[in-house]
Every structure is written in structure tokens, then in C-alpha cells.
Design a binder for this molecule. Structure first.
Ligand code: NAP
Length: 439
């Protein structure tokens, strides 16, 4: 007996998946306890980088999803409209599903997992978060004894590449973005990557696993990196920090914080040293303490590594003595009907420390005005840099790090500061996270 796989979509990840499954067929069979055969591919065009020789190809991906000879449908077409219909059709036909599609899982996962549970099939999505890093299995299985306190990750390689280049070479955002597009790291429309939407998709999946909650893409606070100025990268460095685009999910007493934004991280923290297109996720569990997972977050074979691992897991379970042990029909680690929504906090109700850059007129008393406004709200200034005005200029940058405070409190202070006659324009404001002092 062999387990029969149908691949839908033969682009970057589809091609990599076919290549890895074929190249490592013996190994995959030994680990699954059964042969794994690709019996059909759904693709509109051939992929010259893929060894799909002798595998039947059909243009209609729905023919794969409903093919009676297919046991596992692998959805690698991307997007969240046709992909949703395709996955629901596969589930309705009694197939297990493997997908790398974070948008699909983040936006439609609740519906898809409920349908899978009805049908008694599995939906596996290891490749949907941080590509080749097995963070889904780490959270669902390896850390299942822990109460998770927080998860913080660099989960978009494009954004990390841009911030790394800005820091290493003093370049500005637009310049590095153009290079990232030329290198193929960034799409022609980079919005999903640089404005944090892609990271938000991944963060809600991580939070669902970490906290046993439904997928709440509607509730994530998202802020991109397009407004990061080279001077803030330099000042952060002077203060001992690096700016990283983090997805942070943190359990608080009042609910869960779900936020994606640029963040100052202490430079000695391991995650601050994750550079280029690489990804990393930190997870703090009450028993295990802090843990760190690092690796390639994208690319044909790194992503295929995760896709094929899911195929092997399903194949192994389906030949095991008790196929009903295959109950990642609770793909989020707990049964779908046992998920509990702790409530997601509005950004105004979250707690962070902050980096502020104020452009102020170069005259006496400004600093004490700022200090008065901050201290009236219980915000203390933990570090301060005051620069000389540039030749011919009458304004100076004042850079401050604050202690932790409620975001609404900080915003109220910023409104007062921006109204001062001695302050020019808006205050630049970036959150800071010490990750509980964990390195
Ligand atoms: N690339 C990565 O490194 C990476 C990493 C992690 C996760 N992922 C996820 O993996 C999925 C696939 O990404 P990818 O980078 O492999 O995308 P891709 O290179 O654009 O490949 C998608 C393939 O699906 C085909 N396709 C789309 N709609 C189709 C339809 N209705 N019928 C038949 N074929 C269809 C496309 O064919 P046409 O060319 O004819 O349109 C294309 O060959 C996405 O969900 C993505 O988010 C990707």
C-alpha cells in the first residue's frame, strides 16, 4: 500500500516539494512506514526547475482535489479565494490537506478546521509560518506541556533583509527595497511584506497554537517598516538596540496582545542578531523558559522541507494501527470546539516601552517641558541623547527611551508634546521590547 499525493500548484514551493519528495523518496518512505507517490499534479504551466517527468498533469486543480485516487491534496497555489474553495472541496471529498498558505489559514482557518473535523480529516500547515522552521510542531507538540507566556518572531524575510541592509550600510528604505525587488526577495507590490500583513497572517497562526485560541486575523495591530528612517537605526544602535520588524503575541491578564511593528530589541538578544532574509521565532513557556527557533523562512526547498514533513506525518498516521490517532483534526493543538478566545487587546490597551525622537527648537527649557509632560503621566525617561544642531539649523533631535507604559497614556503625552511651540512636526515613535531580558 502507498499513500497517494496530488500537488496543486507547481510554482516555487510546488516545484520544490516535487523535487524533495522524489529525491528523498526512500527516506520519506522509511520514515512514513509506507511509499509516498505523487499521482497527479494540477498546474497551468510547467516548472522548468521541477522534476515532474512522468507524473500526470491536469490544468484544473479541482480535478486533483476530487480525484478518488488521491489521499492527500497539497495546496500550493496561494491566495485565499480559489485556494479556500479548493481546500474545502478536497476536505468534502474526504482528503487530508497540506498547505503552505498563511493567508488562507489566517483568514479562513476557523472554517477550514471545522470542515476538516466534520469529515475526520487533517489539515496540516507547517510551511505556512517561517518556511522551513518547524515552529508549528514545536508549539503544538514539543512545548505542549507549557503555558506559553509570549511568542516574538522575525517572520518576514523581506522586511528583515531591508532592516539589515539599512543598519549595515546606512542605506535608506526605498533604496534597499528596490534592491530586494531586483533580487527577487520582494514582490513588485511589496505591501504584504513591508506593511506587515504577511507577518500578521503568521502571527495569528502562532498565537492560536500558543494560546489555544481561534484565528483572529481581524484583531491584529499591524504597522510596517516603510517609515523607518536611517537616523533612527543609527540612534537605536547608539543606545544599544537594533530595530527588528517583530510579530509579538503576549498573554496578559486582560487578554492577548497581537501586534506586528518595528521594535527596538537589545543588541545582545539573539533575535537581534538574526540578519538578512533569515527568520527566527522566540517562545517563552512557563516550564521550559525562553526557546529560539532559527532558519530559512522561504525558498523552494526550505519550504518544501516543511510541506513534505507534513505529508510524511499524515502518511505515517494513516498506516498506523489506529488511524483515528490522526487527530490533528485539532490542528491548533486542541480540539476545534475547545478553543477559547481570551479577547485581543486594542493597541491602546497594550503595554510597551518606547523610543521617541523629538525634533525641537534649539532653545533652553525644551527638555524640562518634555520631562514635565511625561512625568505627569508616570512615564519616566530611561535614556536620553541630545544632539548638537547641524550647521545652519535651529532644531535638534532629542532621542529618548521610556519605561513601560500603557499605549493610550503614551499617545496622550505625545499629543501634548506635539502641541508645544518648541516642538517641530510629529514625534517619531517606535516600541521597544526587552523580551523579558531573555537572550
Ligand atoms: N515562496 C516561498 O518561499 C514560500 C514560503 C512559505 C510559504 N509560501 C506559500 O506557498 C504558496 C505558494 O507560493 P509560491 O511561492 O510557490 O507561489 P508561486 O511560485 O506563484 O506558485 C503558485 C503556482 O500556482 C499556480 N496557480 C495559481 N492559481 C492556480 C489555479 N487556479 N489553477 C492552477 N494553477 C494555479 C500558479 O500558476 P500560474 O503561474 O499559471 O499562475 C503558480 O505556478 C503560497 O501560499 C505562499 O504564501 C511560499
Amino acid at each position: 500500500m502507498s499513500v497517494r499525493v496530488g500537488i496543486c500548484g507547481l510554482g516555487t514551493v510546488g516545484g520544490g516539494t516535487v523535487n524533495v519528495l522524489r529525491r528523498n523518496a526512500d527516506l520519506c518512505a522509511a520514515r512514513a512506514g509506507t511509499d509516498i507517490q505523487i499521482v497527479q499534479i494540477g498546474a497551468r504551466s510547467v516548472n522548468p526547475d521541477c522534476d515532474s517527468d512522468k507524473i500526470p498533469v491536469v490544468a484544473d486543480v479541482f480535478a486533483v482535489a476530487t480525484n478518488p485516487d488521491v489521499d492527500i491534496v497539497v495546496e500550493l497555489i496561494g491566495g485565499s479565494t480559489v485556494a479556500r474553495e479548493l481546500v474545502l472541496a478536497a476536505i468534502a471529498s474526504g482528503k487530508h490537506v497540506v498547505t503552505a498558505n498563511k493567508a488562507l489559514i489566517a483568514e479562513h482557518g476557523n472554517e477550514i478546521f471545522a470542515a476538516a473535523r466534520e469529515q475526520g480529516v487533517t489539515v496540516a500547515f507547517e510551511a505556512a509560518v517561517a518556511g522551513g522552521i518547524p515552529i508549528i510542531k514545536a508549539l503544538r507538540d514539543g512545548l505542549s506541556a507549557n503555558r506559553i507566556e509570549w511568542v516574538a518572531g522575525i517572520i518576514n524575510g523581506t522586511g528583515n533583509f531591508i532592516l539589515t541592509e539599512m543598519r549595515d550600510k546606512g542605506r535608506d528604505f526605498a533604496d534597499v527595497l528596490a534592491e530586494a525587488q531586483a533580487l527577487g526577495y520582494a514582490e513588485a507590490d511589496p505591501t504584504f511584506d513591508v506593511e506587515g500583513i504577511d507577518a500578521a497572517h503568521k502571527l495569528v497562526i502562532l498565537a492560536a497554537l500558543a494560546f489555544g485560541m481561534p484565528l483572529r486575523f481581524d484583531a491584529v495591530y499591524t504597522e510596517g517598516i516603510s517609515e523607518i528612517a536611517p537616523e533612527d537605526v543609527v540612534y537605536a544602535e547608539e543606545l544599544g538596540y537594533r530595530i527588528k520588524h517583530l510579530g509579538i503575541a503576549r498573554q496578559r491578564e486582560q487578554g492577548v496582545e497581537l501586534r506586528v511593528h518595528p521594535t527596538l530589541v537589545p543588541e545582545e538578544c539573539l533575535i537581534a542578531q538574526v540578519n538578512g532574509v533569515m527568520n527566527a521565532v522566540m517562545v517563552k513557556g512557563d516550564a521550559v523558559g525562553p526557546t529560539l527557533y532559527y532558519g530559512a523562512g522561504a525558498g523552494a526547498e526550505p519550504t518544501a522541507s516543511a510541506v513534505v514533513a507534513d505529508i510524511i506525518e499524515i502518511a505515517r498516521a494513516s498506516v498506523a494501527q489506529s488511524p483515528s490517532s490522526l487527530v490533528p483534526a485539532s490542528p491548533l493543538g486542541v480540539a476545534v470546539d475547545a478553543l477559547r478566545d481570551p479577547g485581543v487587546l486594542a493597541i491602546a490597551d497594550t503595554v510597551s516601552a518606547h523610543y521617541l525622537r523629538v525634533s525641537a527648537l534649539d532653545k533652553p527649557g525644551v527638555l524640562s517641558q518634555l520631562a514635565t509632560i511625561m512625568s505627569a503621566r508616570g512615564i519616566s525617561i530611561e535614556a536620553l541623547i541630545q544632539k548638537e544642531p547641524r550647521p545652519g539649523e535651529d532644531r535638534v533631535p532629542l532621542i529618548m527611551l521610556t519605561n513601560e507604559t500603557l499605549e493610550s497614556n503614551l499617545r496622550a503625552a505625545l499629543t501634548e508634546i506635539e502641541a508645544l511651540e518648541s516642538v517641530v512636526g510629529s514625534v517619531v515613535h517606535i516600541r521597544k521590547d526587552g523580551l523579558d531580558g531573555q537572550t
